[in-house]
Ligand binder design. Structure first.
Ligand SMILES: NC(=O)c1ccc[n+]([C@@H]2O[C@H](COP(=O)([O-])OP(=O)(O)OC[C@H]3O[C@@H](n4cnc5c(N)ncnc54)[C@H](OP(=O)(O)O)[C@@H]3O)[C@@H](O)[C@H]2O)c1
Length: 452
């Protein structure tokens, strides 16, 4: 008898929360799906909420992943074995316990996946699927803003067509800002002033401080009382109130990502307000108890197919980029801790990503003198071992934030790399190093744990 093929995966435990299981059957790719070796996963506050609300013991968690296709199901034509792919899936799914990204292998739906271009690492790519799906539905579908994509050409096309993104520095917000810009709209955002530059770099035309008591009025003044469309990525009573203040006197449309407050909703009858659940993009019913459940919405699936094709093109052309990343080590077992950081609001203007597989290039690197607290840095793309730029000796390991002393070298290991000056005598947070690297080389760095 053939042995069962099993994998490690984070599943919902009977008592609540995530549990690492090592005996989950590796799923077979069904028609229209691909089985993928998961190389990296991204975490979202959605993962924190869903594990509390859905009662699906044994179901695999996680929504966002990137990896390599290892088998394709019947009817799949866009992808083949060996392709690099990013996908959105909806973990802790009552009707399909095998859906979910937090696993060694995951199923990608062909229609809701993109080829990963060569200039994007798995760590970057894994952070994009949920943002694409959520921002896409919120902006271009009902019950979202139902905007036309692209913005129709008209006589007044030089007039800005403002769309407010409340929470411009959220992962969903930076994707929404980029999609709006691509579609020909004029995104304006709310964020902390410290994130103005970040939001502008994703295409925001103006940024407003959501902590200011005049935020809504300031936006109304800036838009000359003409704002009609608002996407609230944060959604609480105070953001909703601020958005209502910002919408012009002709009324408008407000779409949110959480249940909305009736008290605010009915303060203006000229505003149509609603909230959405991204899993409707699958086209099947969303089986989550209470207000989170949704009937099947086949038109969202049809839209999703077009959206992911468009996203693939935009990624290839470099017209959309990932949210800033916080790369976290430790693999699947550490994810529940990182999800908890999201629950308590410890992660700001960053998408947490967890690499699960080391690239083949790593195996070709002599690992002498590396112990379990060592990491290697690599340039991206890093399939050529010559791209390795050095090694980092971690000198203090705090579970949440590894601090280390870096010995960094140029691609030629005999030439000191510019970062050497920055790092050799100081301790830096991993996130600082990633930022410095990007500033110096204009490209992202992956930092991956090296096993002895
Ligand atoms: N309904 C669905 O299906 C669905 C799907 C995906 C996500 N979601 C939900 O969407 C929300 C956003 O998720 P995300 O991953 O995009 O968020 P995120 O990246 O984790 O958001 C973090 C950012 O939120 C910003 N923020 C906090 N309070 C704010 C306020 N009052 N006004 C403006 N910005 C504020 C902070 O910006 P600053 O640093 O600038 O202060 C912070 O950097 C979460 O609640 C998530 O659960 C729902």
């Amino acid at each position: 008898m053939k042995a069962r093929a099993v994998m490690k995966a984070l599943v919902r435990s009977k008592s609540g929360g995530y549990r690492l299981a090592d005996d989950i059957d590796i799923p077979d790719p069904r028609p229209g799906m691909m089985l993928c070796r998961v190389h990296a996963v991204a975490l979202s506050p959605y993962d924190a909420k869903i594990v509390d609300y859905s009662n699906t013991p044994g179901a695999v968690g996680g929504c966002d992943f990137a990896g390599i296709v290892v088998a394709v199901g019947e009817g799949v034509t866009r992808f083949k074995e060996g392709d690099r792919v990013l996908a959105v899936t909806f973990g802790l799914n009552a009707s399909d316990k095998t859906a979910g990204a937090f696993a060694e292998y995951a199923l990608a739906t062909e229609d809701l996946s993109c080829h990963v271009p060569n200039n994007l690492s798995f760590v970057q790519a894994c952070s994009m699927g949920l943002g694409i799906a959520t921002a896409g539905l919120a902006l271009f579908q009902a019950p979202g803003l139902d905007l036309e994509m692209p913005r129709p050409k008209s006589a007044d096309e030089d007039t800005p067509s403002f769309v407010l993104v409340s929470g411009g520095a959220t992962g969903t917000g930076t994707m929404a800002t980029q999609l709006l810009k691509v579609a020909g709209y004029t995104p304006i955002v709310t964020c902390s002033p410290a994130n103005n530059v970040l939001c502008e770099s994703y295409g925001a035309t103006a940024c407003f401080d959501y902590r200011s008591s005049t935020c809504g009025a300031d936006i109304r003044e800036y838009t000359a009382n003409s704002l009609v469309y608002v996407f609230d990525c944060v959604t609480d009573a105070s953001t909703m109130r601020m958005c209502y203040e910002a919408i012009g006197s002709s009324g408008g449309t407000y779409i949110a990502l959480e249940a909305i407050t009736p008290l605010v909703k009915y303060t203006r009858r000229d505003v149509r307000a609603d909230w959405l659940m991204t899993p409707t993009i699958m086209g099947t019913p969303v089986e989550i108890p209470g207000t989170y459940g949704r009937p099947s919405t086949p038109k969202h699936r049809i839209f999703g197919t077009e959206l992911f094709l468009l996203a693939e093109k935009l990624l290839k052309e470099g017209r959309v980029k990932n949210h800033p990343l916080e790369i976290r080590g430790g693999g699947l077992v550490r994810i529940p801790t990182y999800v908890n950081d999201l629950r308590v609001g410890n992660v700001r203007a960053k998408r947490q990503v967890v690499p699960l597989v080391r690239p083949d290039a790593l195996k070709e690197i002599p690992l002498v003198a590396l112990d379990r607290y060592c990491m290697k840095m690599r340039a991206v793309p890093a399939l050529d071992p010559k791209q390795w730029i050095g090694e980092l000796d971690i000198i203090d390991v705090n579970d949440m934030v590894p601090k280390f002393l870096a010995k960094a070298y140029a691609h030629d290991p005999h030439k000191p790399f510019a970062m050497h000056n920055y790092c050799s005598e100081n301790r830096y947070l991993l996130s600082d190093l990633v930022g410095m690297y990007k500033e110096k080389l204009g490209t992202e760095m992956d930092v991956l744990p090296v096993l002895k």
